[in-house]
Design a protein around this ligand. Structure first.
Ligand SMILES: [Zn+2]
Length: 256
């Protein structure tokens, strides 16, 4: 789990976090408000597991990134791309600061469903996987493929670290009224969550069927792609990464 980190003031990385934040060391350091130390240690442990797993699966130079664990009162001042603050409780990855940062709220928004022991680690791993994907430039893809990647990667991290997702996956609504391919934004928070959950189900099922090697192939295929990835190309990329039988398997999945 988490390595023992030292709680020191952070004169370095100025401007990333408000003054007074503490830092926990690690491949992904966690900057946090002092009162969030216990949660910061949990997050540090999830990040350490996620980092090691993704480096192992992807055989790629890892991103330099930090995590900011932000209390409600500081949320409006968190680094971000846009001028307006993002909705509270929704983690995100931003390249608006150096190094790029995973911005994590002190508490996840109530739209995060289901609520199980896996909810927080999955949310942390999801943002970490975005950071890994953006180690190299990635062309635009349909939303379902862009979000499938971090969802499948999160499921792979859980799998490697012996973290059972069975309970979590069994609580997901399997028929929200759309599939990942016909989901269209902009959508409400509930539908967004259902969309992400379908991708998680699909990712976990793909790992079971094909093993984690497809993730390596999918990341690398996306990095090598230089044209626009339309719907058809996205399906080709995923089917190709899955390997023999991938296309037929995708066609058989209700989420797809
Ligand atoms: Zn995402």
């Amino acid at each position: 789990m988490g390595r023992a980190g030292s709680a020191v003031a952070t004169p370095q990385r100025e401007g990333l976090a408000p003054p007074g934040y503490s830092s926990l060391d690690g491949e992904v350091p966690v900057l946090h408000a002092p009162r969030l130390e216990a949660k910061a240690r949990d997050v540090q442990g999830y990040l350490a597991e996620g980092y090691t797993t993704l480096v192992g699966i992807l055989s790629v130079e890892p991103p330099e990134t930090v995590a900011l664990l932000v209390p409600d009162e500081d949320w409006r001042d968190s680094p971000r791309e846009n001028a307006r603050p993002y909705p509270p409780g929704l983690p995100y990855f931003t390249r608006s600061v150096r190094p790029p940062a995973l911005v994590l709220p002190e508490g996840l928004s109530p739209v995060f469903r289901p609520r199980t022991a896996a909810t927080l680690p999955l949310a942390v791993w999801h943002e970490l996987a975005h950071a890994f994907l953006l180690v190299r430039e990635v062309v635009r893809t349909p939303a379902w493929l862009g979000e499938f990647v971090p969802q499948a990667a999160s499921a792979a991290i859980a799998r490697r670290s012996g973290f059972s997702l069975e309970d979590h996956l069994s609580r997901i609504e399997q028929k929200p009224g759309f599939t990942v391919r016909d989901f269209r934004g902009p959508a409400g928070a509930r539908d967004q969550m259902s969309f992400q959950n379908l991708l998680l189900l699909l990712g976990a099922a793909a790992l079971k069927e094909f093993g984690e090697g497809f993730l390596n192939r999918l990341f690398h295929a996306l990095w090598e792609e230089d044209g626009i990835v339309d719907g058809e190309r996205a399906e080709d990329l995923l089917a190709g990464a899955l390997g023999p039988g991938g296309r037929e398997w995708l066609a058989s999945r209700a989420e797809f």
